[in-house]
Ligand binder design. Structure first.
Ligand code: SF4
Length: 331
């Protein structure tokens, strides 16, 4: 069996939010609480959920921008979450990121040429000026920026073009995995579609794996292979796109999808309105974390946490109803 490119194994990230007199934490935000998944080479996995569900924290933990409270992250079968800082150089090249706001990640005082040359030099991928220039020219072409883009500053471009610069800069490091953290969320609809098409082309041409973190299910439906749905720090359902969008089993996934217009003409989804707000991650509900908003909740849901169980090949959901259905009970 092939080792997945990325394996995330039972990771937890708790942030201290209040400190007592002696500086000891008194409360914790349970931002990520036991999340596991994998991403294969040249695959897109979308990590979706409402704002604050922990999906961006997962991305930041994989990138080693924050440390884990518990769990493991493996890249090509090697553990990377506990690497000392001096050894982070390699994973910084292998895993690149594109954030929502390219302006904050692009140095406004550097021209595009310099922004693209920097990762090549930092990672020792090209040193001769002629080689660097040839690679820059190719990257500008690949991300479909104007040919004269190299001599200009980020502020001279539109939002969509700046995101193309950010993608080109990520590609300059020749990564195996690209983490896209709400990378198209701030863009207009038409520009969004162009960037998504570009990412799909890059995946096909360079064999890139994508971890696509997004709250925008309409975009996710268009571009991903598999989907992991997060609620309050946990994955509640994960599976192939066709299953998650076509026959989701978790009540939360169904509610999220009900708000997305169907791409199939004449097939309208019945809107499911969730009651109440997302509970605080400082003191998440007992049992199933979704029970305070779930229209199907029953007594067991309040006390017993449902585990992710495999429904069909590659499709897992964490809901007691699934278990009852599997056991032949009448729901
Ligand atoms: Fe709803 Fe219970 Fe399933 Fe949770 S376990 S999603 S509360 S039915």
């Amino acid at each position: 069996m092939n080792t997945p490119l990325l394996q995330v194994i039972d990771i937890k990230k708790h942030f201290a939010v209040a400190r007592g007199l002696m500086g000891k934490p008194t409360d914790w935000i349970h931002a990520v609480d036991g999340v596991s998944f994998h991403v294969d080479r040249a695959e897109t996995l979308a990590l979706v959920g409402e704002s604050g569900c922990g999906k961006s924290t997962v991305g930041r933990a994989i990138l080693r921008l924050i440390s884990l409270t518990e769990g493991k992250v493996m890249l090509n079968g090697n553990r990377i979450d506990n690497l000392p800082s001096v050894d982070l150089h390699l994973i910084r090249r292998q895993i690149q990121v594109v954030f929502q706001d390219p302006y904050s990640s692009l140095n406004p005082r550097m021209k595009v040429n310099d922004l693209l040359a920097e990762p090549m030099r930092n990672f020792g991928l090209a040193s001769m000026s002629s080689e660097v220039n040839a690679r820059i020219e190719r990257l500008i072409d690949v991300v479909r920026l104007p040919k004269d883009a190299g001599g200009r500053y980020p502020h001279e471009f539109s939002g969509g073009q700046r995101q193309r610069i950010a993608i080109a800069r990520a590609l300059a490091a020749e990564p195996e995995l690209l983490v896209c953290d709400e990378a198209v969320s701030a863009l207009d609809v038409s520009v969004k579609a162009q960037i998504v098409n570009l990412l799909q082309d890059l995946q096909r041409d360079f064999g890139l794996a994508l971890l696509f973190i997004s709250h925008d299910l309409a975009i996710v439906e268009h571009m991903t292979h598999r989907v992991a749905v997060m609620y309050l720090g946990q994955i509640v359902e994960i599976g192939p796109k066709a299953v998650i969008f076509g026959a989701p089993t978790h009540p939360y996934t169904r509610a999220l999808l009900s708000a997305v217009p169907s791409v199939q003409p004449g097939l309208a989804r019945n809107r499911i309105i969730l009651r109440g707000d997302v509970p605080s991650p400082i003191n998440p509900p007992s049992g199933c974390r979704f029970h305070t908003r779930c229209q199907f909740a029953f007594d067991r849901c309040k006390h017993e946490e449902p585990l992710l169980r495999q429904r069909t090949d590659g499709h897992w959901a964490a809901c007691h109803l699934d278990e009852l259905a599997t056991n032949g009970a009448c729901l």
